[in-house]
Design a protein around this ligand. Structure first.
Ligand SMILES: NC(=O)c1ccc[n+]([C@@H]2O[C@H](COP(=O)([O-])OP(=O)(O)OC[C@H]3O[C@@H](n4cnc5c(N)ncnc54)[C@H](OP(=O)(O)O)[C@@H]3O)[C@@H](O)[C@H]2O)c1
Length: 429
């Protein structure tokens, strides 16, 4: 039987998962690949580290770049991580030598995806990255191959399981953000430094990749408006629930007549929206193609098993010589899209204020909204106790972001408003 010889750099959660999968599913993978997929060598930082899989049968390299140089390796599997440093050096070295690369590294692709796609194509090498977005969900294949004949109009996704877990727990238990985050860290769902996840950066990396795929555009991470979930309060989650919504951190990309809108922020979505079905650590993407209409993808977005499954699927494609341009169209035909600033967003808003409960406050708030041409759908005020601070929730009709943020700033400056207003965008999809 023919062989596809691979070298794996990085033996952490994903790298060890890939070794385990390729050992455990050896026969099935060989049947589907038409070749035996054989690990020839591995590389990581610390050879002495104890690992969940036995890597002693494989040649060890301290320097991952040795995998790119080795003549007995056909495919380099990069599972180190990081936008620059050894991961980038390894991927570039392998592609430059015409070797296929499989990676799970969203940071690398979000930062350097267009350049790497050009390099891969110029060398006739494959650059595969199914595992980089939504772990086990075949979203790269889904968009690039499954929906290849569609113009995608819009896509939105829950792309970070840690944030979705935290928001789901807050909703289910009524607990505060800091409390749930601490628990998620203790359970290993969140990193010791959680900012990459909870500040929306990881979601933005994945959105940048999906946008390039969906719209045939150059990867443009810097144009994404990014807000994380730190400011989502238990009170907002409770109000959302009462109003028939759930709060999710979404990555949204939309083709507008003026360009491509890309944004990451907490959203209120109707509880029965397709995207709301993703609970806990799950990920989901809804993509709207002009012929296929809305397609839903849902499942495990991280972890050793799902991510290894995606890496192995890429290896099987390479073994079968299935070669598709990195972002679906030749790299030199990727459009340089005009980014749409967040100020152009048009939609409804949830505005939650904490005010001193005294006559005239709501009238002042309403006057500011009227002057900004923002009309209200509903106002909710409860728990009245004269003299106390009370929450007031306003739901607006559709309006522009620029008007809404101007109104929120003016409202926040009112003497009777005792906390910065909380503004959450409502997406109906
Ligand atoms: N974890 C997930 O669920 C998941 C899901 C999707 C995508 N990803 C992506 O997959 C990649 C790997 O993630 P992970 O969670 O497996 O990370 P991880 O557990 O931290 O493992 C990283 C591995 O890279 C090795 N490494 C680090 N620096 C190195 C260097 N300079 N030279 C050689 N090896 C080096 C480490 O070696 P030592 O073990 O010797 O320290 C370790 O084996 C990242 O790009 C990540 O974004 C992860």
């Amino acid at each position: 039987m023919q062989r596809l010889r691979i070298g794996i750099a990085g033996l952490g959660t994903v790298g060890s998962g890939v070794v385990r999968l390729l050992e455990q599913q050896r026969d099935l993978v060989a049947l589907r690949a038409g070749k035996a997929i054989e690990i020839v060598a591995v590389a990581a930082r610390d050879k002495a580290r104890s690992r969940p899989v036995d890597v002693s049968p494989y040649r060890w390299h301290d320097d991952p770049l040795a995998l790119a140089a080795a003549d007995d390796i056909d495919v380099v599997v990069e599972l180190i991580g990081g936008a620059d440093g050894p991961a980038k050096a390894l991927v570039e070295a392998a592609l430059t030598r015409g070797k296929a690369v499989v990676t799970a590294n969203k940071a690398l692709l979000a930062r350097h995806g267009t350049g790497l796609a050009r390099l891969a194509e110029s060398k006739g090498a494959t650059l595969a990255y199914e595992a980089s977005v939504c772990g086990g969900i075949p979203i790269v294949k889904g968009l690039r191959e499954g929906l290849a004949a569609n113009r995608v109009r819009e896509l939105h996704g829950i792309l970070n399981g840690t944030c979705n877990y935290i928001l789901s727990q807050m909703r289910d238990t009524g607990r505060a953000f800091d409390d749930v985050l601490a628990e998620a860290q203790a359970l290993g769902y969140a990193e010791a430094d959680p900012s990459f996840d909870i500040d929306g950066i990881d979601t933005a990396h994945k959105l940048a990749i999906l946008t390039a795929l969906a719209f045939g555009a150059e990867v443009d991470l810097d144009s994404i408006h990014v807000e994380g979930i730190r400011r989502v309060g238990a009170l907002d989650i409770a109000y959302a629930n009462e109003l028939g919504y759930t709060i999710k951190l979404l990555g949204i990309a939309r083709q507008t007549e003026h360009g491509i809108e890309q944004r990451v922020h907490p959203c209120m979505v109707p509880k029965n929206a397709a995207i709301a079905a993703a609970d806990g650590v799950q990920n989901a993407v809804v993509a709207d193609g002009d012929f296929v209409e809305k397609m839903n993808f849902l499942g495990r977005g991280a972890g050793a098993g799902p991510t290894a499954s995606a890496v192995a699927a890429d290896l099987i494609d390479i073994a079968r010589n299935r070669a598709i341009p990195v972002f679906g169209v030749p790299a030199d035909r990727l459009a340089r899209a005009t980014p749409q600033p967040i100020e152009h967003r048009f939609g409804a808003y949830y505005l939650r204020l904490m005010v001193i409960d005294r006559p005239g406050v709501i009238a002042d708030v309403a006057a500011i909204l009227r002057d900004q041409n923002v009309s209200l759908e509903s106002v909710l005020q409860r728990l009245r106790a004269p003299g106390d601070n009370v929450p007031v929730v306003l739901i607006t009709h559709e309006t522009d972001e620029a008007r809404m943020t101007a109104a929120a700033a003016q409202i926040g400056a009112l003497e009777a408003v005792v906390e910065p207003p909380r503004l959450i965008r409502i997406e109906q999809f």
